[in-house]
Ligand binder design. Structure first.
Ligand SMILES: *Cc1c(COP(=O)(O)O)cnc(C)c1O
Length: 393
């Protein structure tokens, strides 16, 4: 059976080139970077070279502004809790975010609300895009941080980050962005975009799982989240994931180098897929059609359950998703789809296809051959679909 993996927004396959680069640090160069002997210093050099690479690729001033973490979730937690702790002491107890952030941001904000912080959750409208003027209007005297994702993980919509960053900088409010989905897919420059803190994770761009980074602009001092040893200049304890860090830098380098050609290829594939699937009766594309990641498609098909659709697609060899990996498995509709105004019953019938460079036009053909039949089949015994059809008459 044909196997088509199109859940690259959940995670990507580790690239072979990246694995090759990591291999010595998984085998012979196993020394602890904090030690004084040769294989330790070799490991340390590799970590510092990776730090330089990441700093350059995101337009940071200095390698010292890059901190390696265990991934996107930790980077988001550290940025938000760290800034909240540092500025909360000075009476700044207000945070601005959006309604459709990843749970690593939303649940962190919820946790801070329990500690007495106030959080404003901005609307993302039907197109899935935050309005910069809403950010401006929400800023108060007590605002410690604005945190808005660069691109959404479910519907792929890209946010006006440079504009939001400018508003925050002018208002002297710190700005964090969860750039996990955007990194390697859209050009990002922390200086041009006026970003103070930025989260990224390797496994979303063909690097290894369990390794991420937080960019912290020089002069910004979030409180420490992981206490312990003196690693990461004493600001994030734990023996470095040397192989992971080396892999992260290599994967990011490849992603940035191939960004333009990938964007062109994936946009073409994505548009053909969207046009093909929109021929299905009562289907809709979620999120702005153009201001979205090249590889992202998210659609709803009325009258069916996303879960059943995924199970049938899995039987046909297609690995896709109904939203985020974190909400699948629960019966709640996606908070992202609700945030763009979809009613519950429609939000339930969603399908997210996320391509990577490993996908081909043949994959698109296969999905286009498979999905309409599955939707028809599921509708054939759906009471909800019967109701929709009888109301049409
Ligand atoms: C995947 C993802 C995360 C979480 O990253 P991990 O490395 O899995 O912890 C955070 N934010 C967004 C937008 C994501 O897509």
């Amino acid at each position: 059976m044909r196997k088509v993996y199109v859940d690259n927004a959940a995670t990507t396959a580790l690239s072979e080139k990246v694995l090759d680069k990591m291999m010595p640090y998984l085998t012979t160069v196993y020394g602890n970077p904090s030690s004084l002997y040769q294989i330790g210093s070799e490991a340390k050099d590799a970590v510092e070279e990776a730090r330089e690479t990441v700093a350059k690729l995101i337009g940071a001033d200095n390698a010292s502004e890059i901190y390696f973490t265990s991934g996107g979730s930790e980077s988001d937690n550290w940025a938000i809790k760290g800034v909240a702790a540092a500025l909360g002491k000075k009476g700044k107890n207000h945070i601005i975010t959006s309604k459709f952030e990843h749970h690593a941001v939303l649940h962190t904000c919820k946790a801070l609300e329990k500690q007495g912080f106030e959080v404003t959750y901005l609307d993302v409208y039907e197109n899935g895009i935050v309005k910069p003027e809403d950010v401006k209007n929400a800023i108060r005297e007590t605002t410690a941080l604005v945190t808005i994702m660069y691109a959404n993980n479910e519907i792929g919509t890209i946010q006006p980050i440079a504009e939001i960053g400018k508003i925050c900088r002018d208002a002297k409010v710190l700005f964090h962005t969860d750039a996990v989905q955007a990194m390697g897919n859209v050009p990002i420059n922390v200086k041009d975009d006026n970003i103070d803190l930025l989260s990224l994770t390797a496994h979303k761009f063909h690097g290894p799982k369990g390794c991420g980074a937080l960019y912290v602009r020089r002069g910004v001092r979030p409180e420490i989240l992981i206490d312990g040893g003196a690693q990461e200049k004493g600001r994030r304890a734990g023996t470095e994931n040397v192989a992971g860090i080396v892999g992260l830098a290599e994967a990011l380098k490849i992603a940035v180098e191939t960004m333009e050609e990938r964007k062109e290829k994936l946009t073409k594939m994505r548009n053909r897929l969207v046009d093909g699937l929109l021929k299905i009766e009562r289907s809709r594309l979620n999120g702005d059609r153009d201001l979205r990641l090249a590889g992202n498609m998210n659609m709803c098909f009325e009258g069916i359950e996303g879960e059943s659709l995924l199970l049938k697609l899995d039987l046909a060899g297609i690995s896709a998703s109904s939203g985020s990996a974190c909400t699948s498995g629960s019966l709640d509709p996606s908070h992202v789809l609700l945030s763009i105004g979809l009613p519950h019953e429609i939000a339930h019938g969603s399908l997210r296809i996320s391509f990577s460079d490993d996908n081909t036009e043949e994959d698109v053909d296969y999905i286009l051959e498979t999905v309409p039949g599955v939707v028809d089949y599921l509708r054939s015994f759906s009471p909800l679909w019967d109701k929709i059809k009888s109301e049409e008459k």
